[in-house]
Design a protein around this ligand. Structure first.
Ligand SMILES: *[C@@H]1O[C@H](CO)[C@@H](O)[C@H](O)[C@H]1NC(C)=O
Ligand SMILES: *[C@@H]1O[C@H](CO)[C@@H](O)[C@H](O)[C@H]1NC(C)=O
Ligand SMILES: *[C@@H]1O[C@H](CO)[C@@H](O)[C@H](O)[C@H]1NC(C)=O
Length: 485
């Protein structure tokens, strides 16, 4: 075989190899608000949980992993993750001041959500016992503001941790659900906005509390069901009672599309105007209820490691786009594909949320390093003194376990340290699931099924920095959190 043939063979071998482009290079500004990046403030612990209204007491009294999974994040960030209690069943719930029970309802099967329920003062005391902040969703659909005000007043007394009250959940579906508030009305975005404004005033005035309402609360896309449209209808009387604006977001899709960075960036970008409308009136914007797919999740998608990578990257991208908090929804216990934990098993997405929590811990600001158009992402955070704190790198190339796993190198420039330590998020492949015996690992550690206790030895990788430059290799479907200090 002559040299020419040898070369041709080598080229053939190379072209069959996993695609490997040139190193992705990010210049890391040493101090905040420099280097031409766009910076967003970071709100303490932005990664939170949402619990479906009727299921909240069960999560907090009958699912042992709940307290530990929340405590794990408190150990990382020093802040209890924010929670929100609400969902479709908040608009099926009637407050019963005389009830001794958290909730009362009847269902045919334990995996059904109730069509109607009552809740007592102990429900609100249970919420008040949580160490972190709570957003409480109350009923607007039944059109009984007297009942909602009675619940709200008890909540204010029982919950020192009450951050906000939501009035109704996804009201764009009120008419199709036959909710009383739509009776005799053409239930349009304008009708809902007028209803929200009135309820904000009635409930806010009854509580004598400004900035207590988390408004918006739709799932259907802005601008039709959006905060710019709502805010335009608010006079100062209504607006003074609003503390936060929110939207729900469930992007859906396949494992591959869900975890792909450019898809995540464009999904978050669709909320840009909605976010800007809230910031323009000086109020924070949150994803008040979110997860990978609606209806409790998609069975082949939501429990996977690919969904964990989505959870991580989506949280980072949202916060970098001025979303103050994200509340990842947890539905019916035992019928919840996207849940971070359950009675028996952990869900892979808990790992992605944990990495985002770790990445944002102690950060005052975050900036995106990439342009959002490729599979590769980078985020840099800054501490309160304005110094670069951490970089999170993400290779969202898809790997489903067949063929060879590609890898991508990332080069960071502008680093101040002489060597850096990093923790890696990895799993066998994007389709790996905890419930089939293939959990991800985060810095070599896993979370134990049933109780969420961390297990294994925390493992760091050390990389030398030469002239401010360091290179890192990430396999397809991996993330690396690099400590810069
Ligand atoms: C509305 O709520 C109040 C207070 O809880 C209750 O007394 C009343 O019966 C309710 N009205 C309707 C129409 O259900
Ligand atoms: C503000 O708007 C509400 C309706 O949302 C209305 O009832 C109220 O009278 C208005 N207040 C002022 C001062 O215009
Ligand atoms: C986020 O808000 C800050 C102001 O707090 C602004 O300077 C920045 O441009 C916003 N970022 C994005 C991505 O819109």
């Amino acid at each position: 075989m002559g040299n020419f043939q040898a070369l041709a063979l080598a080229v053939a071998v190379l072209s069959n190899a996993p695609s490997s482009t040139a190193s992705v290079t990010y210049a890391v500004p040493k101090t905040v608000n420099t280097g031409g990046l766009t910076y967003a403030p970071v709100d303490g612990a932005p990664v939170g949980l949402s619990f479906e209204f009727f299921a909240f007491p069960k999560y907090f009294t009958a699912v042992p992993a709940t307290s530990q999974c929340l405590a794990n994040w408190h150990s990382i960030s020093g802040i209890w993750p924010p929670i929100r209690i609400g969902g479709t069943t908040q608009d099926r719930a009637t407050y019963d001041a005389a009830s001794a029970d958290y909730v009362d309802y009847t269902v045919a099967s334990t995996t059904d959500a109730p069509t109607t329920l009552t809740f007592g003062p102990s429900f609100l005391s249970l919420a008040g016992g949580y160490s972190g902040s709570v957003v409480l969703g109350l009923n607007r659909g039944y059109d009984n503001v007297t009942n909602t005000i009675a619940a709200a007043k008890t909540a204010v007394g029982a919950m020192g941790n009450l951050l906000a009250i939501e009035l109704g959940n996804e009201p764009e579906y009120f008419a199709s659900a036959g909710q009383a508030i739509t009776s005799g009305i053409s239930w349009t975005p304008a009708a809902d906005a007028a209803s929200q404004d009135n309820w904000d005033i009635w409930v806010g005035a009854a509580l004598a509390k400004k900035a207590i309402i988390q408004a918006g609360v739709w799932l259907s896309s802005p601008s039709t069901w959006g905060n710019a449209e709502l805010i335009a209808t608010e006079n100062t009387t209504a607006q003074q009672y609003v503390g936060t604006y929110c939207h729900h977001n469930y992007p859906g899709g396949t494992v591959q599309s869900l975890m792909t960075h450019s898809t995540i960036a464009s999904n978050v970008n669709t909320y840009k105007s909605d976010i800007a409308a809230a910031l323009a009136v000086g109020k924070p914007y949150v994803f008040g209820e979110t997860n990978s797919a609606t209806g409790g999740g998609a069975s082949g998608v939501s429990p996977t490691y690919g969904a964990a990578l989505w959870t991580m990257d989506y949280s980072m991208r949202a916060v970098a786009n001025n979303v103050s908090r994200l509340y990842f929804h947890h539905g019916t216990v035992g019928a919840c594909q996207y849940c971070f934990w359950g009675v028996y098993d952990m869900g892979a997405p808990y790992y992605g949320a944990t990495v985002a929590t770790a990445a944002l811990t102690g950060a005052s600001h975050v900036a995106v390093l990439d342009d959002g158009t490729t599979d590769y992402a980078g985020y840099v955070t800054y501490d309160a003194a304005g110094n670069a704190l951490r970089v999170l790198l993400y290779n969202s190339d898809y790997f489903d376990g067949t063929g060879t796993r590609a890898s991508q190198t990332f080069t960071l420039t502008g680093l101040a340290a002489t060597s850096v330590q990093a923790k890696r998020l990895t799993a066998a492949n994007a389709l790996s699931r905890v419930d089939t015996g293939s959990p991800p690992t985060w810095g070599g550690q896993t979370y134990t099924n049933g109780n969420c206790v961390v297990s294994g030895t925390e493992t760091f990788e050390t990389t030398a920095v030469a002239s401010g430059t360091a290179t890192f290799t990430l396999q397809a479907a991996e993330a690396l959190l690099i400590d810069l200090q």
